[in-house]
Ligand binder design. Structure first.
Ligand code: GLV
Length: 315
């Protein structure tokens, strides 16, 4: 067995090329893509959809770092070892999400889907566009991303509301919480933005019944849905039903129950659905790796880790 080398990182990812992450993490650390015969010499794991059971085989593991704001892909491992799981909180990732939410909210508000289809037909036809203070944007989930999106939407004039599982106050946002707060929140929301984490408690929360409680008698001509959280929060058959019977006017979906979105999904070609390929806030190694390295350095200095996930809550 080789001599134990502190700071060795296991980089375990699926779905993208790990080279850039590996190169950047290598600054001062040895990085391996599989534990090989030296499982006991791994100190840290940096993961995106790692193979379940893999981390349980690393007896010297000190912390797990999620590539990405969501940690459902880590916590879904039934054999996850009992070491801290660290979520990424990066201004670059947050800003990307804010950009996406502002883009989709303003597009639904200013009737982008309608005008693009009228342009394609050469139709000069106006449609009501109330000013932003008359449009209520309800954010489901006021974590790092939800709060940052709320702040940006308030700055451009929207009436912003927010819902959280447990009570929370956020400047300038009318907040609602718990089961009893969900109906009044939805009843007052024209454009729903979903930024919840995926946990057993939130799975499938965006269903027909929830969508039917949104405000439809608004100046936009119906309720709109934006999901940039996780696909497993939504029931796509229910979204399609709601779109087709007028419960929902339009939707912008960045995440899906199955990703990549299957080629035969009717969402691809629905005229009132805007699809992006889980691209709202992509994790960028250049911005995220220095934050991970800093956290490892904190641990080596005996300082507490930041942004540690609450495993019981699931985020
Ligand atoms: C992306 O989906 C993330 O969790 O950051």
């Amino acid at each position: 067995m080789s001599e134990r080398k502190p700071g060795r990182i296991l980089l375990s990812v699926q779905g993208f090329e790990p080279k850039k992450w590996q190169d950047l993490l290598s600054a001062g650390h040895e990085v391996v893509l599989s534990p090989g015969g030296e499982a006991d010499a791994i100190d840290y794991a940096v993961v995106w959809k790692h193979e379940h059971g893999l981390l349980a085989k690393l007896p010297g593991l000190k912390a797990i770092f999620s590539i990405g704001a969501g940690v459902d892909h880590v916590l879904s491992d039934p054999d996850l070892p009992d070491v801290p799981v660290v979520r990424v909180v990066a201004s670059n990732l947050t800003q990307h999400m804010v950009d996406y939410v502002v883009w989709r909210v303003t597009d639904h508000h200013r009737q982008g889907i309608f005008y693009r289809s009228e342009q394609a037909r050469g139709n000069w036809r106006d449609r009501t566009q109330p000013p932003s203070p008359d449009v209520s944007v309800g954010i489901l989930g006021l974590g790092e991303l939800g709060r940052a999106a709320a702040k940006a939407l308030i700055a451009i004039g929207y009436d912003v509301k927010g819902w959280t599982r447990t009570p929370r106050t956020v400047d300038g946002v009318e907040t609602f919480s718990g089961d009893e707060g969900l109906t009044p929140f939805l009843n007052a929301t024209d454009i729903l933005v979903v930024l919840l984490p995926h946990t057993p408690a939130t799975e499938g929360i965006v269903d027909y019944e929830l969508l039917s409680r949104l405000r439809r008698d608004n100046g936009l001509g119906g309720a709109c849905l934006i999901n940039a959280g996780r696909g497993k929060l939504q029931k796509e058959a229910d979204i399609l039903r709601a779109l087709d019977d007028g419960t929902l006017k339009e939707a912008s979906l960045d995440v899906f129950e199955t990703e990549p979105l299957p080629r035969l999904s009717p969402l691809w070609s629905h005229p009132r659905v805007f699809v992006t390929p889980h691209a709202a806030a992509t994790s960028d190694a250049t911005h995220l790796v220095p934050l991970m390295l800093e956290q490892m350095a904190r641990l080596e200095r005996g300082e507490p880790l930041q942004n540690v996930v609450d495993r019981a809550a699931g985020y």
